[in-house]
Design a protein around this ligand. Structure first.
Ligand SMILES: [Zn+2]
Length: 306
């Protein structure tokens, strides 16, 4: 049975924010996979894949339960705002497991975590590059007590680049996958698509990954494919701008770079170059800001470490 549900969250001014989601309950018992997308509201390729997955699924193929929330950050979606919830301008994916008495984004995260994520057997959080962000597809899982299962999820999703995030020196605190794995739910974040573009190739990469993941976990009928080759990375170095400027990257996402290699330059509004950004370590550029306008402390490059 496929039912349409709504998660209602108290809004900032006494209003109520309704987030649509689907519950797909199979005829046979089984595990519970939760699939979310649109934590960042303009990552359309990942949102589209969640929509298409539901549109094409037949509940007779499902064993157990699949919860799908395609547009978690519904406020950013309608406002076309990248990265944050346009109320307090905080990043939802730095705010989990949330705080019922915190800032608006933390309250939002609290409700999503308690009502959608907690109680799941597995969590898939689908992303893409947001409006100013170019990206090579990759998956992330966290160092945790359930990391072996999370790694198996990433392998089943089939995206070539897989980054393990260590608990110590974590660059991304408060993500869905970090908060879920802390309470024992194996989880991955999968990224495909970029620049707020609805790109069918990126959608398909998510969609075939999601279907294969569901088959591998046994919540969807059909034979999963056998494991594909992947490249493992040991965490990140996220390079940031020391001051605001015009950012001009030298590489495209996917580039393999050596320590000391130029990643891009920063210049002021007069065109005077004031910084050369070099790779501090060997790595692969998995995402980077594609917009030239970067504010102080803004992210330039996500370098996955070899
Ligand atoms: Zn995202």
């Amino acid at each position: 049975m496929i039912t349409r549900e709504v998660l209602s969250i108290p809004g900032p001014d006494g209003s109520v924010i309704d987030i649509p989601y689907f519950e797909i309950v199979g005829a046979k018992p089984g595990l519970h996979l939760t699939v979310i997308a649109g934590i960042h509201g303009a990552e359309y390729s990942s949102i589209a894949a969640a929509r298409e997955f539901v549109a094409e699924i037949n509940d007779e193929e499902v064993m157990g339960r699949i919860t799908v929330m395609p547009i978690v950050n519904i406020l950013a979606f309608w406002a076309r705002v990248p990265f944050v919830i346009p109320v307090d301008n905080l990043n939802l994916n730095r705010s989990f497991p949330g705080n019922e008495h915190g800032s608006f984004t933390e309250i939002y995260a609290f409700h999503v975590f308690e009502k959608i994520i907690r109680g799941s057997d597995y969590l898939l959080d689908m992303h893409a590059g947001d409006i100013p962000e170019a990206l090579e597809p990759f998956s992330i899982f966290e160092e945790s007590d359930v990391e072996d299962k999370s790694l198996q999820m990433a392998k089943a999703y089939g995206i070539k680049h897989i980054v393990r995030q260590r608990a110590a020196g974590l660059v991304v605190a408060g993500s869905t996958s970090a908060a879920a794995s802390v309470i024992g739910i194996p989880a991955i974040i999968a990224e495909s698509g970029e620049n707020g573009i609805l790109d069918q190739a990126a959608v398909q990469l998510h969609l075939v990954g999601l279907r294969n993941l569901a088959r591998t976990l046994g919540v969807l009928t059909g034979e999963p494919w056998s494991a594909r080759e992947h490249i493992s990375y040991d965490g990140w170095n996220w390079l940031r701008a020391e001051r605001a400027g015009w950012w001009q990257p030298s590489h495209k996402p996917g580039a393999v770079v050596r320590a000391g290699e130029l990643l891009g330059t920063m210049s002021d509004p007069w065109g005077e170059r004031f910084a050369e950004i070099k790779a501090p370590q060997d790595g692969t550029v998995l995402f980077q800001t594609s917009s030239p306008a970067v504010s102080k402390d803004g992210i330039l490059v996500g370098l996955a470490l070899h």
